[in-house]
Design a protein around this ligand. Structure first.
Ligand code: AAL
Length: 391
């Protein structure tokens, strides 16, 4: 069939007349052998778009993958009664023959009552799954069987920043030292949305001890700015010789108007782990997704865009770490993905990508006993991979 002489499939350029002219010009039959270059004749929007992808088959696109999930061994959840949660893991790092991860751990007498009832939260009753939490760490030889080592950073005494909950950590290795960035709450999440800025603790060894290194590392935006209520999900990489800290802020979280809720990501750049982190003038650099997952890839940065927004379930790439474009769309991506990124902190000029990491599954348990579990994901987003196992 000559698809370009069919009136319904040609580009609509506006007026009836222009449209007729376009249709009249569209007489070339699209060839059976796919052209390598974009042809110079009128095409439908979908056919035009086809030439902006690296290959016709998604499977041949380096930034396409399927995901496989593995249940972890070694973590106890009180038989799933909802009183223990582990979620929002950091990226694993490999030190002295072991992988290390840090994560939010809530171990409370009661189960969370939910953000909408945050006013009823007490010192023992959490509002959300990440309220009344501390940052714990675990080690593993293979990324599947983990040994929980204990608390890395606990909630400081009231009224210090983070007294209510510390959660959602990620790690930076910089000049031989370790820096944990995490959300620090001074109120039960849900009271004013999910209000919190980011604090930092640092140590000479991944085993600690961790010293308080600063609060409001990425200050909240001024009233009216997109990140006025929260700077969350800190996710540092070393890029162009500097610390690029990607972070998240949600618009209108829990105002109960879901048509105005959205998630944006920004990047703030620093020369030292202690800051100051300077927000990029083009923030937000991403307007879809939820938790942050950014890794050096080729000369730029790639990101897994999850959960929220029109571009949810895509992998995107920015040659400059700032201006992201959709590279592929994926199915069942990991939530709160925290990949093992061997070159996250090496200031690589050509990022190699990722093959596995940690993630979480929320809403385990019954509706009244909700909690989250950590899991491992495997994927094929690495340039080093000779034998793709999913293609
Ligand atoms: C997430 C993250 C942040 C939010 C909450 C806990 O998965 O985006 O950490 O505050 O949900």
């Amino acid at each position: 069939m000559n698809i370009f002489s069919c009136s319904e499939t040609t580009t609509n350029t506006g007026s009836e007349n222009e449209n007729q002219t376009e249709i009249a010009k569209a007489t070339t039959v699209f060839p059976h052998k796919l052209p390598e270059e974009k042809p110079d004749f009128p095409m439908s929007a979908a056919t035009e778009r086809m030439f902006s992808y690296p290959a016709p088959r998604a499977q041949d696109n380096d930034l396409y993958t399927l995901f496989k999930y593995t249940r972890l061994k070694g973590f106890d959840y009180n038989n799933g009664d909802g009183t223990i949660t582990r979620r929002d893991p950091s990226r694993p790092i490999y030190v002295d023959g072991k992988y290390y991860i840090w994560y939010t751990k809530r171990d409370t007498k009661f189960v969370p009552i939910g953000a909408k009832r945050a006013k009823e939260a007490t010192d023992e009753i959490p509002s959300t799954d990440w309220d009344l939490s501390d940052i714990w760490y675990a080690t593993s030889a293979d990324g599947i069987t983990w040994e929980e080592q204990g608390v890395a950073v606990s909630r400081p005494a009231k009224p210090n920043q983070g007294w209510r909950s510390v959660a959602t950590p990620d790690i930076l290795v910089w000049e031989g030292k370790y820096y944990l960035y995490y959300q620090a709450f001074n109120e039960p999440s849900g009271l004013r949305g999910d209000w919190c800025p980011i604090s930092m603790s640092y140590a000479d060894s991944p085993n600690g001890p961790w010293k308080a290194g600063g609060n409001e590392m990425i200050p909240l935006g001024k009233k009216g700015e997109w990140d006025q209520d929260q700077t969350q999900d800190p996710h540092p990489i070393v890029y162009k010789g500097k610390i690029y800290m990607y972070y998240k802020a949600a618009y209108n979280k829990w105002v109960d108007k879901w048509n105005t809720y959205a998630v944006g990501h920004g990047v703030a750049i620093a020369d030292s782990p202690f800051g100051p982190f300077k927000k990029h003038p083009l923030n937000p650099v991403m307007q879809s997704g939820h938790e942050t997952t950014y890794f050096p890839y080729k000369e730029g940065v790639a990101t897994l865009v999850l959960k929220d927004g029109n571009e949810r379930e895509t992998i995107q790439y920015a040659k400059d770490g700032v201006n992201f474009e959709v590279a592929s769309s994926v199915s069942l991506p990991p939530i709160a993905a925290a990949p093992f990124v061997p070159d996250a902190f090496t200031n690589t000029k050509y990022g190699k990508g990722i093959t596995w990491g940690m993630c979480h599954f929320t809403n385990a348990g019954t509706p009244k006993q909700r909690y989250s579990i950590l899991a491992r994901f495997d994927c094929d987003l690495s340039l080093d991979y000779d034998e793709p196992f999913f293609k």
